[in-house]
Design a protein around this ligand. Structure first.
Ligand SMILES: Cc1cc2nc3c(=O)[nH]c(=O)nc-3n(C[C@H](O)[C@H](O)[C@H](O)COP(=O)(O)OP(=O)(O)OC[C@H]3O[C@@H](n4cnc5c(N)ncnc54)[C@H](O)[C@@H]3O)c2cc1C
Length: 409
């Protein structure tokens, strides 16, 4: 049976980053990854481009971390977004910052992120075993951990320190199927209710005619039980799954939670947020007057809509407003209501909300409060971020804090 100082379970963003921070410091470090290759999920981030962090300072960054950004504060100050950028640059990955303070590899190739981490780990004497699915972790009376892995001799390995970085439940094809929750439960930890977040919201009335439409600079307001709980401004996409795109995803966490709780959930879309209702009425009056003086004939409403929204949106808009008149138009444009009936599940959700209960984990070290020497990092924790590079930074910061603490033991 092999023995290592540190065994990291999961070769995703958090596991690889933890290994990269742990190697070269006189400890034996091994990553166990169930898939044939590490970083399968990193490979699909930001449509294959990998938005690996966000440059915003803590005051702004923290607003994008849920459900308890205070838990994340120590990890962020141990290893913040600037350190992440400096580290990747130092290992040869050139970066670029785009709109919204989002950081990408300059190559715009997510694989380069994984490859740079893997090369660094191996170059510093770390070890990565792929195709190795961990089944259980046992804490021995000696203080060591014993690791049991599928299809390997039992026990397969032992370690002084174990870091559980098996991710959440989203995109299970990348390897994250929730094994870590079971392993942690067996060791006595609570796992909070998990649900898909950053996912498409499915309106009660929806159809193919919406698919592929993208809207720029619109506002969406989320109502739960008749109460406004979130407002977001930006771009929105209608896809085969429902309403998503940057602002759709941003309200999805609260919307999915509300749907799971059985609460009435509704999105109200303002297609003209830059204009007040009065200004919009004025504009429509002007357009109608211009049309009348031009002497052009044709259905006035359709003509107006063609001036006010993308052509592809006219049909779905008219279907959901069958009795619309030019007088009702301003209010309809500013308050297009979408009762939401469901959401797209883990198969296409960007992140898992919920996870290892934060009450069982020390915020100062990411060490379990129940099992000495056991650490957690990344999406397995009951921590998740908005889109924009926040989730990967959560993985990097929690991994770094865990390793920094573990190396002092
Ligand atoms: C489509 C998509 C796009 C995204 N885009 C972005 C983005 O641009 N920016 C951003 O910040 N975040 C993004 N995210 C979220 C981000 O990728 C995750 O939050 C992050 O990868 C979590 O890192 P992790 O290491 O905790 O989990 P993962 O990256 O999921 O890694 C967990 C690893 O553990 C392995 N594993 C699981 N069980 C076992 C086991 N029993 N034994 C051994 N190994 C095991 C898995 O195979 C996997 O490799 C995106 C997610 C998706 C799905």
């Amino acid at each position: 049976m092999m023995h290592r100082d540190i065994i990291i379970i999961g070769g995703g963003a958090a596991g690889l980053f933890a290994a990269a921070r742990a190697v070269g410091k006189g400890k034996t470090v091994t990553v166990l990854e169930r898939m044939e290759r590490c970083g399968r999920k990193i490979g699909i981030t930001a449509k294959g481009r990998c938005n690996l962090t966000n440059t915003r300072p803590w005051e702004e960054f923290s607003r994008h971390v849920h459900p308890q950004n205070t838990f994340f504060k120590n990890a962020f100050f141990c290893w913040d977004n600037i350190k992440t950028m400096d580290f990747f640059e130092s290992i040869g990955l050139a970066l670029t910052v785009e709109r919204g303070a989002r950081v990408f590899p300059r190559s715009m190739n997510a694989r380069d992120v994984t490859d740079s981490l893997v090369s660094y780990i191996l170059g510093k004497g770390g070890e990565i075993l792929t195709g190795c699915r961990v089944e259980s972790v046992l804490k021995k009376e000696t203080g060591d951990f014993e690791i049991l892995a599928e299809g390997r001799p039992h026990p397969f390995a032992s370690a002084d320190i174990v870091l559980l970085a098996t991710g959440g439940l989203s995109y299970p094809a990348t390897g994250s199927t929730g094994d870590g929750y079971r392993i942690a439960r067996e060791l006595g930890h609570d796992v909070t209710r998990c649900f898909p977040s950053l996912t498409a919201l499915r309106p009660a009335v929806y159809g193919k005619e919406y698919e592929g439409i993208s809207l720029k600079n619109v506002e969406v307001e989320l109502y739960v039980g008749g109460r406004s709980v979130a407002t977001e401004f930006g771009d929105l996409d209608f896809t085969s799954g429902g309403i998503e795109g940057p602002i759709g995803l941003r309200v999805s966490r609260k919307a999915v939670e509300a749907l799971i709780n059985g609460e009435k959930t509704e999105l109200v879309l303002d297609l003209k947020p830059a204009l007040s209702l009065e200004k919009l009425k004025e504009r429509i009056r002007r357009e109608l007057a211009a049309e009348a003086s031009s002497g052009e004939k044709g259905p006035r409403l359709k003509y107006l809509l063609s001036l006010l929204m993308p052509r592809a949106l006219i049909l779905p808009f008219m279907r959901t407003h069958p009795d619309l008149t030019a007088d009702d138009l301003p209010a309809a444009l500013k308050q297009w209501r979408f009762p939401i009936e469901s959401y797209v599940g883990y198969e296409r959700a960007v992140v898992t909300a919920g996870g290892i209960s934060l009450k069982d984990v020390s915020r100062k070290s990411m060490e379990s409060k129940l099992v000495k020497g056991l650490y957690f990092a990344g999406e397995i924790l009951d921590l998740d971020g908005d889109t924009g590079g926040y989730n990967l930074q959560i993985a990097f910061s929690t991994a770094s804090l865990a390793v920094e603490h573990a190396l002092t033991l």
